[in-house]
Design a protein around this ligand. Sequence first.
Ligand code: SAH
Length: 272
Amino acid sequence: MTHTPRKRFGQNFLHDHNIINNILSSLQAKPSEHWVEIGPGMGALTKPLLDQGLNLEVVELDRDLVTYLKDKFKDQPHLQIHSADALRFDFSALAKDNEKLRVIGNLPYNISTPLMFHLLNNSYCIEDMHFMLQKEVVDRICAAPGSKKYGRLSVMMQYFCATELLFDVPPESFDPAPKVMSAIVRLVPHEQPPVQINSLKMLNRVVVSAFSQRRKTLRNALKKIIDEESIIALGIDPTLRAEVISLADYAKLSNLLKEDDLNLAEDLDDLL
Ligand code: SAH
């Protein structure tokens, strides 16, 4: 079958075998594991994953590709193909008996941030996630305080996971080639949250306010929600800017606000 890549589904198919091998060797997959691949496309990663003898579930939105995959892998007993939108898919239903899933995806870039947070909503059943994303986004996810790339996405992702950029992937590794550089990120959900917060909504609120005007001091950026004395009382210098404040300090600041409901998907809407 020939398949014309569909832009609206963010289809950029991997065809560089060195990159595919590098991804596979950084995964260290074991036959006993339960894997989920998001957006398998034409199976560039699916095939080598299955060759490792693991149990694999794939979630693909494009029905033509689902038909293609069903035919291509019809003799594979360890593969389940789900014709579904990953953004609405209940990943926790795949994890049986307290097992943890390992997730991989060369994600459509337009849905990558909402999809990551959708998965993190169920992070208790996820061992780790490896994603191909725009390098720009990976840099922001992994950035430390003080870096120019450090922002809302860094703070919120690092609250949920340990983050690591594994390697860059140039445009010509894909067909069609995207305009930008890509990179592989490893996300390992924390077993225990790294900081204590009363509410995710409040953490998000503080971070959104702090970074809304990057060049303002914390005192000015947070003026409407936290007064200067309260910032000082936490031992945080109110004349600093948002980009040098650690997750631990954002957690303390957020705990000054009143408690609220916890609904990650809704809270993070404006991160996207
Ligand atoms: N993994 C393949 C394909 C990557 S292209 C490879 O590396 O070659 C991205 C894939 O995600 C495409 O197959 C596209 O159809 C699929 N996709 C796009 N949006 C999706 C969604 N919301 N849910 C599931 N799959 C999606």
